[in-house]
Design a protein around this ligand. Sequence first.
Ligand code: CU
Length: 339
Amino acid sequence: MVTTLAAAAALAMSPQVAMAQDAAADVTAPLPPAASAPVIDSAPADAAATSDAVPAAGAYQPLGTDMIKGQPVERGMTFQNQYTDDGEFALWMHDAILLPVITVISLFVLGLLLWVVVRFNRRRNKVASKTTHNTFIEVVWTVIPVLILVVIAVPSITLLARQYETPPADAVTIKATGYQWYWGYTYPDNGGFEIVSNMLSNEDAIANGEPAMLAVDNRMVVPANTPIRLQTTAADVIHAFAVPSLWFKLDAVPGRLNERLLTIKEPGIYYGQCSELCGARHGYMPIAVEALPRAEWEAWVREQGGTVAGDPVEETAAPAAAAPAEAAPADTAPEAAVS
Ligand SMILES: [Cu+2]
């Protein structure tokens, strides 16, 4: 907790992050135990939150293991199945362009080598040719590689541009914070609560029917078919938020806020891992994303004590009015300190 506060203070001091003070404030406001507790026992503690959830949608049910979609497979040779448009495009580019091109080039070069070995060895070719230049063939072996590179460049640059697409204004903001060695997921648009996510032991994971080393106690619950403004940062050292089946990898750097659009096409569970060597337990901070239909995700948010933008006015009026009033001093303080 001391480190969290220190990290928050450091974030608040940094002018770069000052414009995202709400992000820094989030780190201080909902402390991990309070935020993670309701996930484990939803019944007694947050009766109030549950009663809020009832009128809008049914109570949150964690997805079962039959909904596991993004995970490594034994002896897998290619990418994981993709569940985003970018991922599908990238997979198409790999399968339809890169792999055929590299296969043809490799076979062509192999054929040339074999031809030279068989036809032009010293025994069959006693008098070596003195030919040094051939304009035609030199033009050909320059122009054809250029054309191949152009053909690859078009989808490649398209993919790059798609990955930099700006999230739309109505995107749901979720902030993933890397800690040594676990992840915290904050929902600034939904009241700013934070979910702390730790890896399950191998025994617990297998007992749950989940993959060992990838299952976590509290998943990052997100809406499916909804644009997500996924931001990454870190509290101590550089981490990286990476989920292969969602074609998503983004560094989480202390004092910086990186952001990328993520739209998951269907509900499911998608596993990933921290992908920046971040210390002794780097291999033990997996990511489990649980994408739910929008209504169920909103029910989950309310169960965490959060709010949803479309909440009926009489429900949100009081908390919404109270929240900024409480947050205002905290927000202005770092700003004053900076200026
Ligand atoms: Cu890490």
